[in-house]
Design a protein around this ligand. Structure first.
Ligand SMILES: Cc1cc2nc3c(=O)[nH]c(=O)nc-3n(C[C@H](O)[C@H](O)[C@H](O)COP(=O)(O)O)c2cc1C
Length: 236
């Protein structure tokens, strides 16, 4: 199985066996992360393994990865893009996982951004395509037969908001980010991270279908009601 195949079967796992993964497996995880791609230049992202964390909406798991940064440009979308590769790798390796949006290390660290719980699960960690709860594809694109957008359609997002719209315009795809409304916009600040996750799914599909993928970040507040421009994909 490849990361691309995991897109269509992965689901968030919220029930774990509390047995620890072997030291060897944890080292393998640390090594595999080093092989993953960034979407835009950024060198401030770090992670560490923890067994106890704090935050809201947590799940009990034997292991957590806490990801931190320095608030540099492109940090959130890079975290989404980079660590979604790990989420899919976990799935490929029969390890359950879930993003945890408010997780922080026990010793309060303002640089902590997000966590991922992971471990083996006593439950099924896969689902079939019909079981994904997602918006209608027409709500996230005008290019509904594009297989790369189908891969985005199944991407996870905080609170399952799926805050993206992919608009085909000629040979480009304009990528939009939804402007969240109150009260959610007060509570949820990780939309850029969600965008990174969606772009990773798009990119994996391009690779799978032998297309090249290039992404540039662009911003503009006016072009689409309820959304702001996030960037532009060129594929060939
Ligand atoms: C950035 C982000 C933050 C998330 N935070 C939490 C969380 O705090 N607690 C939780 O149980 N699930 C969390 N999730 C998981 C989402 O709720 C889940 O991905 C979404 O509902 C779609 O379900 P699926 O992953 O099973 O496809 C988060 C997901 C993302 C991408």
């Amino acid at each position: 199985m490849k990361l691309f195949d995991s897109i269509y079967k992965r689901k968030s796992c919220r029930k774990y066996k509390m047995e620890a993964l072997s030291k060897q497996k944890l080292e393998e995880i640390n090594d595999i992360i080093k092989t993953f791609d960034f979407i835009l230049p950024n060198h401030s992202i770090k992670h560490r393994f923890e067994t106890e964390i704090k935050g809201k909406f947590l799940v009990e798991a034997p292991h957590y990865l806490i990801i931190s940064g320095k608030g540099e440009p492109n940090e959130l979308e890079n975290i989404g893009f980079l660590y979604e590769q790990l989420i899919l790798w976990f799935s490929e390796n029969n390890i359950g996982s879930v993003w945890l949006g408010s997780a922080k290390g026990l010793e309060s660290n303002s640089e902590d951004i997000i966590g991922i719980a992971f471990g083996y699960s006593p439950e099924e960690i896969y689902r079939n395509e019909k079981e994904f709860k997602r918006k209608k594809i027409e709500e996230i694109t005008n290019d509904i037969d594009n297989p790369c957008i189908k891969a985005v359609h199944y991407a996870p997002s905080g609170m399952n908001l799926q805050p993206w719209y992919f608009e085909k315009q000629g040979n480009k795809i304009l990528v939009y980010k939804q402007k969240l409304k109150l009260p959610i916009s007060k509570l949820y600040k990780l939309t850029d991270l969600d965008m990174g996750i969606a772009l990773l799914h798009y990119k994996l599909a391009c690779t799978h279908f032998d297309k090249t993928f290039s992404f540039v970040r662009k911003t503009d507040d006016k072009s689409k009601k309820g959304y702001e421009l996030f960037g532009e994909i060129t594929e060939s």
